[in-house]
Design a protein. Structure first.
Lengths: 306, 425
């Protein structure tokens, strides 16, 4: 009779250990390219910036927290932080509500139609953000936009009046929402399709209407995906750069070179030549994102198996 | 033995002398390679220099003018390739490349012959002086003059204004009829309206290092801002920019009889975009305020040439910079009005012969107006036009008044100056 596998999880025989080692080795081999690139372009820059932020980048002398005090003393910092927070609040809210509602609705309609619609929603996300900004500048300009009737109805006859009426934060939030919601709809759709059908069937048998199923059954089961979407959107939101930077394409009177925190970091490095201050601001931004992500993960017990 | 030695010795000496003279000649004609970062319009200029000098090879790289500053900052920080000569399309780059952190520009003070410097138009090189040091040479001028449609002005029964008061009156007469005389939100024209009256937005203080006089709420500023507000109210100055579709539509339909714009406006905006008919476009000298002895006019652009202070070939770099800015034969074919007077006169012959303009006096107006260039048009580390866009333009386009936004402008400019390590008076 063949030896049964060990009753507990420990690997008793040598061959079992060898197999396990080979599997682990293969796993690392597959992960190696991604890990290399992650280290080179993700991890190393963070530590490099962290280190650089404590140095006087011109003479290479250790400067302590001088770069941080420079950044914190910048009169534009509170204004930019306010702009970014306002944008992030609007965008994350729009994303969470909009994506959840659309995904749940797509899950309730016939599969073929849902797939087609999901592809259409995804299309804006396939265009890179800088090209999208140019497209939006055209769409939002009431003098040339194809949506002229709607914009005129709201009382806006020039791009100026639209921007003044909505505010830059809302305009950027709309741009970003349409750019990223498609991708998230696909992700949440995947989460919804992996839900156990028995529970939903049982609810339907019990007489629950479609919207009750969506809100009371499906939504609580996918809360982890939605929280993940919220965290990642928040992290991306506070780093907004492309939209305000490219808004000057609409005209010099729209130029906003220091609207967001990332733009400030960019201008420290590439206008003032102060790479140390830029590194300091970047490090602070990363710290904020990581802290908030960690807080959310631990408060919601994200990785706890239920 | 002795004779043999001395004869051989003489031959050896002679051979050595010949060899060393060959070596010296070879060293003197050692091929020099300079790296030049240029924009597309100056490529032919650098190609001409390359052709004329056999021992000097120019390795010309085309760089997007907006990216130039960032690329040089990166090059200096990372120790990668830094160009020997650059063409700066934005006059602000000069002071930003002469800071402690980005110490790029070569000091040209005393190296350019005074005679050559005297050949430039008055105040043409004012953007090149930073704290008393000459750091670049000006390539072209872009001072504001008055462009107008001659037959249209006659048809409307109006004379070309010579004073700002007349300009405001023209606006009061034509604005309600749907005509526009310019934009109220484009930063550079706005700045030119303000500084013409003596408003000191951000003027360096003579004799003091890195010190700016910022007084945006003075009577002179209020006077000019009030004029702008009145003209916005009667519609003669638009709330859209001069390159925006609504304004272009106005211009194309013959509703812009007069506009204050830089010297390059005629060829690069009015002709291709506003499509004024041939034979209609004329120019007039900048406006004065009542009581001013002579006009003072701001500029919108103007490029400069600068060199690398740690280059391996400083003499060649200096020669190239001076040649590029002052060589008459190459500047004759320049795209915009040269800052070097002899070159400009040669360049102007083409303009005089151009049948597109209503008369041959356009070039004479440009030359005469060059004498009125504001000495305060200098290179600053702060972005004056961005500050104006954020405060005045935003206020005007939002339906507010420029006068009310002047204190905000004062605060913004003061803060920006202090952030960029200027002393503010």
């Amino acid at each position: 009779m063949p030896q049964p596998a060990s009753p507990d999880n420990r690997l008793r025989t040598k061959s079992e250990r060898q197999i396990k080692r080979r599997e682990t080795g293969a796993a690392y081999l597959f992960l190696a390219p991604y890990l290399t690139l992650l280290c080179m372009f993700g991890v190393f820059p963070v530590f490099y910036a962290f280190g650089l932020s404590f140095f006087d980048t011109i003479e290479g002398v250790f400067w302590g927290v001088t770069n941080y005090t420079t950044v914190l003393g910048d009169f534009r910092l509170p204004r930019s932080a306010g702009n970014v927070l306002l944008f992030t609040a609007q965008w994350v809210t729009m994303t969470i509500i909009g994506v959840s509602v659309l995904s749940l609705m797509l899950d309730a309609i016939p599969r073929r139609l849902a797939t087609t619609l999901r592809t259409i929603f995804f299309l804006p996300g396939a265009v890179i953000s800088s090209a999208l900004v140019v497209l939006w500048l055209f769409v939002l300009d009431p003098t040339v936009s194809p949506f002229r009737p709607i914009l005129h109805l709201a009382g806006w006859d020039t791009l100026q009046s639209l921007v003044v009426g909505l505010g830059y934060a809302t305009v950027f939030a709309i741009m970003s929402y349409f750019a990223t919601s498609g991708g998230w709809i696909v992700v949440i759709g995947g989460a919804l399709s992996s839900l156990p059908t028995e529970v939903i069937e049982a609810a339907r048998v019990d007489g629950a209407k479609p919207y009750q199923i969506a809100l009371r059954i499906k939504l609580p089961m996918i809360w982890r995906s939605i929280v993940l979407m919220g965290i990642l959107s928040f992290a991306a939101g506070i780093q907004i750069f492309v939209e305000p930077q490219l808004f000057s394409l609409a005209g010099a009177q729209f130029a906003q070179p220091d609207w967001s925190l990332n733009q400030l970091a960019f201008s420290y490095a590439f206008q003032m030549g102060d790479f140390g201050a830029s590194a300091a601001l970047s490090t602070m931004l990363v710290m904020v994102s990581v802290t908030i992500a960690l807080v959310i993960i631990f408060v919601t017990k994200f990785y706890k198996m239920d | 033995m002795k004779t043999y030695k001395s004869r051989t010795g003489k031959r050896v000496l002679a051979a050595a002398a010949m060899l060393s003279s060959f070596a010296a000649a070879a060293l003197a004609a050692d091929p020099v390679t300079l790296t030049v970062w240029s924009d597309t319009a100056r490529l032919s200029l650098f190609a001409a220099y390359d052709d004329q000098h056999e021992t000097i090879t120019l390795n010309v790289v085309t760089v997007d003018p907006k990216d130039l500053l960032a690329k040089i900052q990166l090059g200096l920080q990372s120790g990668a390739e830094v160009p020997d000569v650059i063409f700066m399309s934005d006059i602000g780059y000069t002071s930003q490349l002469a800071t402690r952190g980005s110490n790029y520009l070569m000091d040209l003070t005393g190296k350019v012959p005074d005679a050559k410097l005297a050949e430039f138009y008055p105040n043409a090189n004012s953007p090149c002086y930073v704290n008393g040091k000459l750091l670049c040479l000006r390539n072209d001028l872009a001072h504001m003059i008055v462009w107008y449609d001659e037959p249209l002005m006659k048809e409307l029964g109006q004379t070309v204004p010579k004073t700002w008061e007349e300009f405001a009156a023209l606006g009061a007469a034509l604005g309600p009829k749907g005509y526009a005389l310019g934009s109220a939100v484009e930063p550079y024209p706005l700045i030119s309206y303000l500084v013409s009256s003596g408003c000191e937005l951000a003027i360096p203080v003579e004799g003091a290092t890195d010190t700016l006089k910022i007084n945006a709420t003075s009577d002179a500023c209020v006077k000019a801002a009030t004029m702008v507000d009145t003209m916005v109210a009667n519609g003669s100055l638009t709330k859209t920019g001069p390159f925006d579709p609504p304004f272009v539509a106005l211009a194309k339909s013959g509703k812009v009889p007069l506009i204050i714009g830089p010297t390059w406006f005629g060829e690069y905006v009015i002709k291709p975009t506003y499509e004024f008919k041939p034979g209609t476009l004329a120019a007039s000298v900048p406006l004065v305020w009542d009581g001013q002895a002579q006009p003072v006019t701001w500029s919108w652009g103007g490029g400069t040439y600068g060199g690398y202070n740690k280059t391996a070939h400083p003499d060649e770099v200096l020669d190239l910079i001076v040649w590029a800015a002052t060589d008459v034969s190459v500047q004759t074919n320049a795209v915009t009005m040269p800052a070097h007077a002899p070159s400009a006169l040669a360049w102007g012959a083409k303009l005089k012969a151009d049948a597109y303009y209503a008369n041959a006096e356009v070039f004479d107006v440009e030359v005469a107006s060059a004498a009125f260039s504001h000495p305060g048009y200098v290179s600053l580390r702060i972005d004056l036009s961005a500050a104006i866009a954020k405060t005045l333009s935003a206020a005007i386009s939002g339906g507010g008044k420029a006068v009310d936004a002047l204190p905000a402008l004062q605060t913004e400019l003061t803060n920006l100056a202090q952030l960029n390590k200027y002393q503010v008076q």
